[in-house]
Write a protein that binds this ligand. Sequence first.
Ligand code: GLU
Length: 514
Amino acid sequence: MSCNKKVRVRFAPSPTGPLHMGGVRTALYNYLFARQRGGDFILRIEDTDSHRFVPGAEAYIMEALKWCGITIDEGISEGGPHAPYRQSERKEIYLKYALQLVESGNAYYAFDTPEELNAIRAEAEAAGNTFAYNYEVRGKLATSLALPPDEVQRRIERGDQWVIRFRMPENEEVEMHDLIRGDVVVNTSTLDDKVLYKSADSLPTYHLANIVDDHLMEITHVIRGEEWLPSLPLHYLLYRAFGWSETQPDFAHLPLLLKPTGGGKLSKRDGDKMGFPVFPLRWVSPQGEVSHGYREDGYFPEAFINMLALLGWNPGTEQELFTIDELIAAFSLERVSKSGARFNPEKARWFNAQYLKQKSDAELAALFRPVLNEKGIEASDGKVEQVMGLMKERATFVSELWELTSFLFVAPDDYDPKAAAKFWKGDNPARIRGLRDLLATVTDFGKENTEKSVMEWIAANEYPTGQVMNAFRLAIIGKSTGPSMFEVCEILGRDETLRRLDAILTKLGTGENA
Ligand code: GLU
């Protein structure tokens, strides 16, 4: 169908709220596909449902894509040969196409008011049936199929409200192909006659606008969420009715993102309950309700994208860490799974930790510098980089780094009482005084050299190593955990190390036996 044409894909969100991470994944797969094929990635805003419009949602979508590094070739801000890309600004285009379908017998006017439809629905329900606007009823209701042509004309001219509905064929097998799911067949008698256009607001519905725009914008591949699969027969039939089947795009419907527990679609509520974001960016609803975002929670966009890429697609190898360029090279729709992809918040954190570790010490130092500034701490770039190098293995988020590294910038002002009771007793205070005197004579404070000096001194005095090292750690860090003491002392330098040893001797005294 679209083999020789330049690939053109679109991400077509409706601005009805913040973009869910499932929506970001749809955008990402479209983007990867386009970039791999040297094609175009188009952002089209589908805002024809004015009742569901949420202010701020469109700006949110744009910012989220930008944060993720998903660049747009044609769109509402970028413009392009098929502008405008916001459907509400394309209003004038659609009526003509709706009328063309009426003309060709593929669609018809329906004049039922919402009240009348509600009454028919209620009646059907009372009789234990569900009402569907379909081939069985369209000839009996207030439609251009049932009413005489002059009556139809009269109602339109009078200004009665009408809609145009698609005339779904009766009992026809629609054979469709999905690039992920393979062949799909649906009998049209199970489908209803969807509204395509409404006179009330002079706007098309999703189905009409979507097909017309995909056609006009020369979209070659429609990659979208599984929730649109039930609309596929209608879309196939619309292409046929317009005479566009030859150039209709290929379709791929992506699997759902499932809850961490596996059952059901991943929702905002799961995130609230389990403490993970389901939105790329923080969102404050018009009612003031706040939802967490990956960005504000401290995730790197690269980590978020990497994690998302693997939710529903697999490379067929064990590789888990991918740069965006590697994703572009490796992605394929054939390796997108048919079944839902279970979201694992732990894995999201794991990805972030990997990306944090991968950052150079200088990059991390730059990210951490604002925290130091905020605390009024001055430290050389060299020192901050050394600290990052020592501690980055232990962190998942930049926001955790202060907690992990503060002892390298600020001397402890008190000592963990449990550790102090355990290690600041017996001969240890005197040993620490001895250690202080030893270190005062050491000029090379590199970790190898201090380790060698201290270990030789411990051995020469036949001190118990564990006792001395734990008391040393208490003095320098204030507690009994942390990285290697010699690495710590290398970063602190001799003056600060001696200051901390003096401080503990002053604050905790020289101990009962000293
Ligand atoms: N506007 C639809 C949505 O919000 C687009 C579906 C499609 O890609 O066809 O998901």
